[in-house]
Ligand binder design. Structure first.
Ligand code: CP3
Length: 361
């Protein structure tokens, strides 16, 4: 099919990065590893930068965002660097004001709940986000030479999926029951599809800037897709997400598609055509890979809270994930959701070292 054909066209140039090779289910010398939220509040180097800058200042200052991205990747010795940014950055050029409040997470001051508000969302100012592309350029320049082991570090750009971003816009922040989001989804056959269409346009253009700047892979975060039953996901979110995946793959890069609490959604998420499906930590790895099927790579899925466990427990859990994946090309080791504040850095570093040791072919 056209999508998979596109991926195989780009394969030869991407051959030097074990992370990108694994995304394309090509053979690798060892399982590649990176970690969700690898740059964040658990890391003293990040907190030192946070002392002088707000989260949004870091995101919007390319030199600082690049530094935070590079420091985390080098400190941990991982095989890929994810650009330091946030899911909500595209709200600003769409005309949706938000801020991050300490202890509360993101807050959207005027939630989008009516058709008129959806109509007023702008899609023509995505160039306002070029600070992210500039940060990616700096990260790509920094990692342009192969590392000591000959491997090219992978550079990951990212964006939110239409459903997850819509949920922040409509709820005005994090949510428990997604009542307003589902109210629009079920009840407004004009506003919901228009919102999906506008988000797809903005996100595809934003991803294009990131790829142009040097991102090797784009991860699409559908963090809260698990709030949907399979029927609703299929009816209201599968087509928009599939369209976004298709447009990003048309840029010539593999797509990783990740959500939390997705055990029942995995076979349907696979229908988006994403090259890699990210598993959350609740599902046993082998079961998750079985659910997405053969023709797809898989990323995951250590419970991030096992990073607080005693060394022998943590080591056994790392091995368990690798054992479940053994023998199949197309596994990228990761957590099943982001590292949380307070996680001991030394356990994170040890985890990366164990993956390198146990994941060798
Ligand atoms: O290295 C990395 O992975 C960090 C880069 C990154 C951030 N946000 C920076 C950030 C990434 C990949 C994101 C994506 C993101 N943002 C997601 C998807 C990932 C996931 O966890 O499912 C989501 C849901 C958001 C929205 C968001 N941003 C929330 C809900 C919060 C508050 C979370 C909390 O624990 O307080 C943020 C803030 C945020 N974005 C932080 C970081 C490092 C922590 C706050 C800070 O540094 O002040």
């Amino acid at each position: 099919d056209a999508v998979l054909g596109k991926s195989s066209v780009v394969t030869p140039e991407l051959g030097t990065s074990r992370f990108v090779r694994a995304c394309l289910r090509q053979p690798v010398d060892r399982t590649p590893v990176w970690l969700l939220r690898q740059a964040g509040r658990y890391m003293p180097e990040y907190m030192a930068v946070r002392k002088h800058h707000s989260l949004l200042e870091i995101c919007r200052t390319p030199g600082v965002a690049a530094e935070v991205t590079i420091t985390a990747a080098e400190r941990l010795g991982v095989d890929a660097a994810i650009i330091f940014a946030d899911l909500l950055l595209p709200f600003t050029p769409m005309g949706v004001d938000f801020e991050f409040l300490a202890g509360e997470g993101p807050v959207v001051h005027t939630p989008i709940r009516t058709l008129d508000q959806v109509r007023a969302l702008r899609t023509d100012r995505v160039e306002d986000l070029t600070y992210v592309a500039q940060a990616i350029e700096q990260v790509a320049r920094h990692f342009s030479a192969p590392r000591a082991d000959g491997d090219q570090l992978g550079i990951i750009g990212f964006c939110g999926a239409p459903f997850t971003l819509a949920s922040y816009m409509i709820e005005g922040g994090s949510s428990r029951n997604y009542v307003e989001t589902k109210r629009m989804m079920y009840g407004d056959g004009t506003a919901w599809p228009l919102l999906m269409e506008k988000l797809i346009d903005v996100l595809a253009a934003y991803a294009a800037q990131q790829v142009e700047a040097g991102a090797d892979v784009i991860q699409i975060f559908d963090s809260w897709a698990g709030a949907l039953g399979v029927t609703d996901y299929r009816e209201y979110c599968l087509a928009p997400t599939t369209e976004l995946v298709r447009r990003v793959q048309a840029l010539g890069v593999p797509v990783i598609y990740f959500g939390v609490d997705t055990a029942s959604l995995l076979p349907t998420m696979r229908e988006t055509g994403a090259d890699v499906i990210g598993l959350d930590w609740r599902i046993p790895f082998a079961e998750g890979w079985k659910a997405v099927g053969e023709g797809c790579a898989v990323q995951g899925n250590l419970d991030p809270i096992t990073l607080f466990a005693p060394e022998d427990v943590l080591r056994a859990r790392v091995r368990e994930v690798l054992d479940a994946a053994a023998g199949r090309p197309g596994h990228i080791f990761n957590l099943g959701h982001g590292i949380v504040p307070g996680t001991p850095v030394e356990n994170v570093i040890k985890t990366v070292e164990w993956v390198k040791e146990f994941g060798a072919r």
